[in-house]
Ligand binder design. Sequence first.
Ligand code: RFL
Ligand code: PHB
Length: 389
Amino acid sequence: MRHQIVIIGGGPSGLLLGQLLHRRGIDAVVLERKTRAYVLGRVRAGVLETGLVNLLEEAGVANRLHAEGHAHDGTQIAVDGQMFHIDFRALTGKPVIVYGQTEVTRDLYDAREAAMLRTEYEVDHVTIHDADNDKPFVTYQQDGRDHRIDCDFVVGCDGFHGISRQTIPLSIRREYEKTYPFGWLGVLSRTPPVHDELIYANSERGFALCSMRNDNLSRYYIQCALSDHPDDWSDRAFWAELKRRIPADVAERLVTGPSIEKSIAPLRSFVTEPMRWGRLFLCGDAAHIVPPTGAKGLNLAASDVHYLYHALRQFYEERDPEGIDRYSERALLRVWKAERFSWWFSGLLHRYPHQSPFDLKMQQADIAFLRDNQAQQLAFAENYVGLPY
Ligand code: RFL
Ligand code: PHB
């Protein structure tokens, strides 16, 4: 069996890349460890930059997004019970779009199936061979049988816990990591959102975020201890704690209801370099992780896809390897900027153990500067709506 490209991982990066390549007549198979239903059951990102929206348009999968997604022209930041607004549209001319990652992924799977593109689910023991020469191949098991696919290129879109990154020898790979001493407890509920924009809250009791998926589906998060388990938090306890962390008038309006999903995500900043080794490329969470503050994870996966898609197109259509040779450098330049923003914004809003009175004053001054300074608001807005590709 042979394909031009083997994509490992059927999350948003792998599916989006596969769809874009397909529209250029470049053929790619997707190997996914789980079932489609499992992938679609994961509740994750909710905020899309216009760069990602443009790519989804180019991939021909943006109809439902345009019908059901909501443009947000700004965001709210709450501190000490007061809120202030950052107006993305006025500052940058761009909004962000609220549309769940689950829906993006569903649209991409539907398009992939409609085009009858090959996707193999429930694959095991995926192994990349000979990525450092010009005849790479991938082996895997499915239903107890061994399979082999020969290809021109392998793309690792297999997330943080995938195997692709580990294929790059340790003598070449450099990893940079920061873990944070807390997690986010997230709840999804069939209730109307408390506000028409997202609210990021810094409070004495820790960070909170009021987000949404649609008019009757809300997503809320609170900072929690890493040792907490979702079962430790009854719905009642969650709502009570959330209310304590947001301004009183917002808390009064909050409509609560049973949680339909509750989970805890640890916060991590992580980058691996380089993002290319021979004929293997890394894309999305396989290469980097950001803490969710600022909603950059999925959007960063999309900019990798953009660079790699154009690199592969240039290679196949123009026989020019320039794009693939510069992929890692181009992608990493943007990755590090998003890492910086997510790290800074996390630091602005969370309570850290051992935060000294001086550290707290610095945090308060940083927030006040953002509230009061137009240049800082512009820098914030440019990062939030997405730096140019
Ligand atoms: P994914 O989504 O992890 O997909 C990887 C896929 O690879 C499969 N896989 C394998 N397949 C074959 N063989 C193997 N050995 C394999 N190992 C793994 C997996 O089953 C999976 O299907 O990575 P991808 O495609 O790079 O996409 C990245 C995004 O999912 C991620 O960055 C975002 O979800 C991060 N994120 C957010 N990003 C945003 O841009 N905006 C947000 O608002 C936002 N909120 C979030 C988030 C992530 C969260 N969690 C839980 C991690 C909120 C949360 C709570
Ligand atoms: C979400 O809606 O899941 C979400 C929104 C904004 C973030 C992180 C997560 O910064």
